[in-house]
Every structure is written in structure tokens, then in C-alpha cells.
Design a protein around this ligand. Structure first.
Ligand code: SAM
Length: 661
């Protein structure tokens, strides 16, 4: 008989535990020694070696052997350890732990179960186990600290008392979940004053009922009085979240009044094709322009294209010789009805404003080298035809590559073509040196020409170094964008204030994301913080799911794609789990929340390309949210932007004006 039981136990360990990945020999040996049949209800012995939880009365269960082994392995229980278990239940897991560790302390809240477990443990000879009947969420302070703590019931969060009772280097393993019953097995490791937390996978346990767990009726126990550590992050986010009204409600922009005294307010986006991000940024920008005198709206668009739009919003004559703006991939990024509505608003708003105070629309980006060359030549043709012919000659070096500048770098590097570096730098320098002569005519036009000349010099270098890969070309582009912003602020005077629209990857301080920590990249947000300090506000945007306008490959067609529900270990999932559908989260207000969010979490970056199939690898990065941004704007479900097409042409207006002029 004894042999039969020992065989059954060995089979259970081999088939259900070792084969499923538990490797710790000490744990496997312990499981081979503990007589599980002695811990089940009378009459259930024959099921003792099946890998399933079994009823032990009072609606409780003896844990599934695999889970007991998994938790013991994760908690790295070893000889010499002092271990605390919460939820003694039948006493079986305590016996397994007692086979490995020196001393085991176990707590059970239901007296009848606790008494039976105590008797069984004694009868089975486990005299290194002490059992206490009471609320285990408070731990066992008289015996603390513990090298390992295992909690055999699921709570809303890791109880603070248990964290405090971990020895330095100690490990705690516990299921944590929400009211829906979805739980994750969490491992917390204490290193000095810090706690490192990791998720081990999904599990299902009976509830942990007690002061720092759930109330008997399944609700949260004493929520209001628990320290923040015992509240879940989604719960804390829900409390700190300030719900957002409709986009057209004046209250929307007014929520951002707290940032209105900053020199620069940077507004991000988590994709390049989400309507809600455009409409929210438009509502905030309208408010800042109208109520707080912001004059600069600088966006992640090419300078010469944005300049054509700027002439429209500031009632300046259109340049008839230029190409229509935003013809280049990805056209939907600026040619969409959301942007068009804001431009119309700016144009109308500017009617009643003195010409030099009108809010302008500017581009920070460097890609339209061709458009910039045309703009510099057109400018010089007007103000200095002799200089124009010199410029024509110099820029001629780039002529073969103008339409497809990406091939320029390769040609210079691999085929020994002449570099145009000196020519474009000399042209830029010459133009800037004539500042006093030229700007006398028209400061705005000079600024436009100077920025185009700077763009050409930056772009020449950008395309050249692009072929080396690495961070350098990214850093050059973001530095150019930042310097353009500085030139704008300088040109519009010491009291001028700017709003910036760019992707979260440009706006969120790179030093606190994989960009800075792993790839050596900087960005506009970081440079603004370093230059303007508290005078810069960095505001990120995010979403859980919905649709987005994006392409599958560079230069591909725009598609409306489904955004996958956010990853379970992401910032986005925490916001989704808060249950609040759209909100502003001020990351500077709630110190406890800020502190809890400091540890790295995943964050999703969708660009003009979105590849849902490889999402985790291609679109998620680690970030420390409260250091990356000063505030975070959330829309749980979002929709794709509507690109401008002929169907949106308005009666009486030329086709897609101002885009089509
Ligand atoms: N480890 C046990 C075994 O091997 O049989 C199984 C534990 S059972 C899944 C969970 C146990 O946790 C139940 O007996 C339940 O009464 C107990 N429990 C729930 N909340 C508790 C608390 N706050 N303190 C102590 N025990 C608790």
C-alpha cells in the first residue's frame, strides 16, 4: 500500500510538476516526501495525487500541487530559511515548505480549518511549523523578518505589512487581482529599501479576506484608510484622473490652465493617425492661444509645407510658385479634417488680432529638402538675384538627389559622389550674415528663408549619416527640431510662448525611456527640459484600443487598422483598468501615485507604420511615466483620423484649400 502511494506521488511530481517546468530539485524532492493524502478530507484520499485543488470545507480548497511547487520555487525557499505562509488551509503547503526551510509560520483565518491543519501537521511530524489563527494580511510581526512569504489567497494588492516583514533579499509570492477574479501571480523581491516586482503569470485563488485584503462581501476592505501601497495602481489612477469633457466644451481647454504660464507646452500623441489626439490637442491649443496669448503652434511637419499653411492662417498672400503642401508620405498626418478645422479656427481668430501678434503655424521637421531649396531660391530671386545664382549653383550639388534624398547618403558613402556639405553650409552662413540687409524688407520672409537654409544644411547631414545607423541621425533631427523652436521663440520676442505638437517619442523626456537608457537617443522634450526647466510642460497621450490610420510599410498606402488591446504590463493597461474612459492625469499632483509609477512599464508607440502582428517587439518600450511626462491624457477607445479628400472640399472654396493652393 505504501509503495502504491509513493508511486502515485512520484508520478504526480514527474507528470504534473517537473514536466510543466518546475526545476528546483529541493522543491521536487519535498513534494515526493509529503503525504498529501493526510491533508485531504476523509473520503478524498484517492484523489490526493491528481493535480487539482480539492475541497477542504468552509468553501476553501487545498491548492493544486503544481501551484504549490511553482510558488515554492519562485520564492526560492531553501534550507536555513524562515518562511511565512498566509492561508494554511489544509496545512499541505506548509508541510512542503517545512521539508525545505528551517522554520515555517502559517496563518489561517477560519478557526475550524486552522485547528484541523494544526492537528494534521503535528500528526505528520512537522514540528518546525507554527500555526496561528487570525488575519494573515497583517503578517506575523513578532516573528519577522522572513526570508520568504507565500500568500495562498488572492488580494487586491500586496499588503504593506507583508512587504515590511520581508528580510533584505527576501522574496514574496502572491496572487493579485481585481474584483473580476482575474489574478496574476506576483513576485516581490526586497533589495534594501527597494522592492522589485515581477509578474509570473495568470492564476486563480480564493480571496484573501482581511484588513489589507478584501472585505467578506467581496468589496475592498477599508479602502479610504489603507495606505497607498495597498491600493491597486488602476484604483489610484481612477482617483487622480480628471475626466475630460467634450472637445467643444470650453471646460476641456480650461483643465490645462495649470500649464498656461509655461514658455512651452508640448503635446504628444501615441500614433500619427488618431482623431482624438488631434481633437484634444486642438482644444487645448485653442484655449492657450485665445486665453493665454500663445503665438506659436510648432508641429512635427516640414518647415516649407507648414509655411504655406501659416500664410493661410495669418492672412498672408499665398506663394503661387510653390508646390501644394503635404504631398509627401504620410499625407494623412496633416491633410485631415481634424487639422483643417483647427486651421480654420486659427484663421478666424487671427482676424481680430494685430498682424505681429497673430498665432502662426510652423513646421519643425527636416524632410522636405526639395521644398526648402525652392523656397530659398524664390526668396533670393526676389531680394538678391545675384545671391540667387550663387545659391542655385551650390544647391545644384544636391539636384540629383532632391526627389529621393535617402539615396544621397548611400551614393556619397559607397560610390564616392561629391559631398554637398560645404556648399549647403556656406549658403546657410551667407544668408544668415545678410540678416540685417534682408530682414529690413520683411522679417517674416527672412525667418522663412533662414529656416529653409538651415533645414537644407541639417537634411544634407541627416541623409549622409543615416547610413551609419544608430542614434546620430535621430539626434540630429530632434536637435534641429528643438533649435527651430528656439529660433521661433527668439524671432517672436522674449514674451512669446509656444505650443508643440509631436509624437510622444519626441515629446516624452528620452532620458526616462529605452530611447535614452538603451539607445543613446535624445529628443525635443528632453532638450526643452534642459533649456527651459519648469517652464516646459511635457504632456503625453495614450489609448487602449480602437482604430488608427497607418501604413504597413514606409511609403505604403494609408490603411485603417485595428489597434490591439493594450499589453497587460503596460501603462495603457493600468489606465484602461482604472475604468475612466477619458481623463487628464496630472503626474505632479499625487506623490504616492507618482512614486508607484516610477518603476519601468511598457508603453506603446505607434508611428506612421503600425504592425499589430509584431506589436510587442516593434511598438512597445520601457518607460518611467512620471519622469517621461508632466501629465498624461487618456482616451480608452480611439478612432482613426479622416484624411482630406475631394469629398471634403467645401462649396465656394478651391479644392482642399489651404492644402491645395
Ligand atoms: N495553502 C493551503 C493548502 O495547502 O491547503 C491552501 C490555501 S486555500 C487556497 C486559501 C486559504 O487562505 C483558505 O483556507 C482561506 O481561509 C485562507 N485565508 C483567506 N484570507 C486569509 C487571511 N486574511 N488570513 C489567513 N488566511 C486567509
Amino acid at each position: 500500500m505504501l509503495d502504491i502511494v509513493a508511486d502515485a506521488r512520484d508520478r504526480m511530481v514527474d507528470v504534473h510538476i517537473a514536466r510543466r517546468g518546475v526545476r528546483d530539485k529541493r522543491v521536487l524532492d519535498a513534494m515526493r516526501r509529503v503525504p498529501r493524502e493526510a491533508f485531504v478530507e476523509p473520503g478524498m484520499e484517492e484523489f490526493a495525487y491528481e493535480d487539482s485543488p480539492l475541497p477542504i470545507g468552509a468553501q476553501q480548497t487545498i491548492s493544486q500541487p503544481y501551484i504549490v511547487a511553482l510558488m515554492a520555487e519562485a520564492a526560492e525557499v531553501k534550507p536555513g530559511d524562515k518562511v511565512l505562509e498566509i492561508g494554511a488551509g489544509s496545512g499541505y503547503a506548509a508541510a512542503v515548505l517545512a521539508e525545505i526551510a528551517d522554520r515555517v509560520f502559517t496563518i489561517e483565518r477560519i478557526p475550524a480549518l486552522g485547528e484541523t491543519a494544526r492537528t494534521r501537521l503535528r500528526q505528520a511530524g512537522y514540528d518546525n511549523v507554527s500555526l496561528h489563527i487570525g488575519d494573515g494580511t497583517r503578517g506575523w510581526p513578532e516573528e519577522a523578518p522572513f526570508d520568504a512569504i507565500l500568500v495562498a489567497a488572492g488580494g487586491p494588492d500586496v499588503p504593506q505589512a507583508l512587504r515590511e516583514q520581508l528580510a533584505p533579499g527576501g522574496r514574496l509570492v502572491m496572487p493579485v487581482g481585481d474584483e473580476s477574479g482575474e489574478q496574476s501571480l506576483i513576485k516581490v523581491t526586497r533589495t534594501g529599501a527597494r522592492f522589485h516586482e515581477e509578474r509570473l503569470g495568470g492564476v486563480r485563488f480564493v480571496p484573501l479576506i482581511g484588513e489589507q485584503g478584501w472585505a467578506e462581501d467581496g468589496s475592498r476592505a477599508a479602502t479610504d484608510h489603507r495606505p497607498s501601497r495597498t491600493r491597486s495602481l488602476p484604483e489610484m489612477i481612477a482617483e487622480a484622473a480628471e475626466p475630460l469633457p467634450d472637445f467643444d466644451d470650453p471646460g476641456f481647454g480650461a483643465l490645462f490652465k495649470r500649464f498656461a504660464d509655461r514658455r512651452v507646452v508640448l503635446l504628444g500623441e501615441a500614433s500619427h493617425g488618431t482623431s482624438e489626439f488631434y481633437r484634444a490637442r486642438a482644444a487645448i491649443s485653442r484655449y492657450l492661444i485665445k486665453k493665454h496669448g500663445f503665438e506659436i503652434l510648432a508641429v512635427e511637419a516640414d518647415w516649407p509645407d507648414a509655411a504655406a499653411i501659416d500664410r493661410y492662417v495669418r492672412h498672408k498672400p499665398a506663394r503661387l510658385d510653390g508646390e501644394p503642401p503635404f504631398q509627401r508620405f504620410p499625407t494623412w498626418m496633416w491633410r485631415n479634417i481634424e487639422v483643417e478645422a483647427l486651421l480654420d479656427w486659427m484663421r478666424t481668430h487671427n482676424v481680430g488680432v494685430a498682424a505681429e501678434k497673430r498665432a502662426g503655424f510652423y513646421g519643425l521637421d527636416i524632410y522636405n529638402m526639395h521644398g526648402s531649396i525652392a523656397a530659398v531660391l524664390a526668396y533670393l530671386d526676389k531680394v538678391d538675384p545675384q545671391a540667387a545664382s550663387v545659391a542655385r549653383e551650390r544647391y545644384g550639388c544636391l539636384t540629383p538627389w532632391q526627389r529621393d534624398p535617402a539615396t544621397y547618403g548611400r551614393a556619397v558613402l559607397s560610390k564616392g559622389y561629391r559631398k554637398c556639405e560645404e556648399a549647403v553650409i556656406a549658403q546657410c552662413r551667407d544668408l544668415l550674415q545678410r540678416h540685417l540687409d534682408y530682414a529690413g524688407h520683411d522679417g517674416d520672409s527672412f525667418l522663412d528663408a533662414a529656416q529653409n537654409a538651415r533645414l537644407i544644411a541639417s537634411a544634407e547631414r541627416y541623409y549622409r549619416i543615416m547610413y551609419y545607423g544608430g542614434a546620430e541621425s535621430w539626434n540630429l533631427r530632434d536637435t534641429h527640431m528643438f533649435e527651430t523652436l528656439e529660433h521661433l521663440l527668439e524671432a517672436r520676442g522674449p514674451s512669446s510662448k509656444a505650443i508643440v505638437w509631436a509624437h510622444n517619442s519626441h515629446i516624452g523626456d528620452a532620458r526616462f525611456t529605452d530611447m535614452g537608457t538603451a539607445r543613446g537617443e535624445l529628443n525635443v522634450g528632453q532638450l526643452c527640459r534642459q533649456r527651459f526647466g519648469d517652464q516646459a510642460a511635457l504632456i503625453g497621450f495614450g489609448t487602449h484600443a480602437g482604430t488608427v490610420a497607418a501604413a504597413t510599410d514606409w511609403d505604403g498606402d494609408m490603411e485603417i487598422k485595428q489597434v490591439r488591446p493594450s499589453h497587460r504590463d503596460s501603462v495603457e493597461r493600468l489606465c484602461h483598468d482604472s475604468g475612466v474612459s477619458r481623463f487628464l492625469l496630472d503626474l505632479g499632483r499625487d506623490a504616492a501615485l507618482r512614486h508607484r509609477l516610477l518603476e519601468p512599464l511598457l508603453e506603446r508607440f505607434i508611428g506612421v507604420i503600425y504592425r499589430p502582428e509584431s506589436e510587442l517587439l516593434s511598438h512597445y518600450s520601457d518607460v518611467s511615466l512620471p519622469q517621461q511626462f508632466d501629465a498624461y491624457v487618456w482616451f480608452d477607445e480611439t478612432t482613426a483620423v479622416t484624411p482630406l479628400g475631394p469629398e471634403h472640399a467645401r462649396p465656394g472654396a478651391p479644392d482642399t484649400y489651404p492644402f491645395g493652393l
